[in-house]
Design a binder for this molecule. Structure first.
Ligand SMILES: NC(=O)c1ccc[n+]([C@@H]2O[C@H](COP(=O)([O-])OP(=O)(O)OC[C@H]3O[C@@H](n4cnc5c(N)ncnc54)[C@H](O)[C@@H]3O)[C@@H](O)[C@H]2O)c1
Length: 259
């Protein structure tokens, strides 16, 4: 089978860990030039080194997705290195659970800023580059089952992921005239480092029974996802196979909430 992304340049935010690293590996295996953009440059560099060691093309760049200048600089660096930008994955995200009645303004603003504003900024800056190149291009956002149903222990995260779904739809409508597609996927429970901190935080809140194991126990397919379960859909959404799809959210949750 021929590689589906040969010569395409693709930025993956949050590419230094978990789902973003898995997407980066998958895209590189299909021939893409992958740029892993992360707050944690050392982590992104180590994923880039691993991809290069396996014969792929990858580099790392330090980006805070809430900082527009840094996002624009990351895109400029990718274009400088590889000549153009073909797809942009708004994947970086975080969670900071609190009991609903304890949620503070600071907690709400932090979680919304990273997970929702970060996606808006990434979409705008990637789209500006796509338009400057003459149009076309693909934006892919990491939503969540938490954007489809509100979870008691992390309402701001659920609200932010619902915002990711709305931003995906609004951007699809706004950018279609430029030939840009905007889609999202919504993972369920994926075994990544995010859960280590989330489980520890839930434990401290006295809600340890709302963590990874209990969430994963109801999955119809009988196991949580690994990042490798997400990569094939990410490849599909970056490849020409998905050219007639825009404004959509593809659930990848093993049969869990079914909405
Ligand atoms: N793990 C799951 O079960 C799950 C389920 C649904 C959705 N998601 C979403 O998938 C995405 C990836 O999550 P993951 O599980 O791989 O988490 P992770 O913690 O393993 O990786 C997240 C990466 O994002 C980076 N990051 C965080 N804030 C950033 C910022 N402001 N700027 C740039 N980089 C930043 C981190 O440094 C880290 O490398 C997130 O959007 C998350 O909300 C995860």
């Amino acid at each position: 089978m021929t590689a589906r992304l040969t010569g395409k340049t693709i930025i993956v935010t949050g590419g230094g860990s978990g789902i973003g690293a898995g997407i980066g590996r998958g895209l590189a295996a299909e021939g893409a030039n992958v740029v892993l953009a992360d707050l944690n440059l050392a982590a992104a560099q180590s994923v880039a080194d691993e991809i290069a060691g396996a014969g792929g093309v990858a580099s790392a760049v330090e980006v805070d997705i809430t900082d527009r200048a840094a996002v624009a600089a990351g895109i400029a660096q990718a274009v400088e290195a590889y000549g153009r930008l073909d797809a942009y994955f708004n994947n970086a995200g975080m969670n900071a659970p609190m009991k609903f009645l304890d949620i503070t303004e600071d907690n709400f603003q932090l979680v919304m800023k990273v997970n929702a504003l970060g996606v808006l900024i990434g979409t705008q800056e990637a789209a500006k580059q796509f338009i400057a190149q003459g149009g076309g291009g693909k934006i892919v956002n990491t939503a969540s089952i938490a954007g489809r149903t509100g979870f008691a222990s992390f309402a701001p995260y659920s609200a932010a992921k619902a915002a990711v779904i709305s931003l995906t739809q609004a951007a699809a409508r706004s950018l279609a005239p430029e030939g840009i597609t905007v889609n999202a996927f919504a993972p369920g429970v994926v075994a990544t480092p995010l859960w280590k901190k989330l489980d520890a935080d839930l434990e401290k809140m006295g809600e340890g029974d709302a963590g990874f194991d209990s969430m994963a126990s109801g999955i119809l397919l009988g196991r949580p996802a690994q990042p490798e379960d997400i990569a094939p859909t990410a490849i599909f959404l970056a490849a020409p196979d998905s050219d007639y799809i825009t404004g959509q959210v593809l659930p990848i949750e093993g049969g869990m909430i079914l909405v």
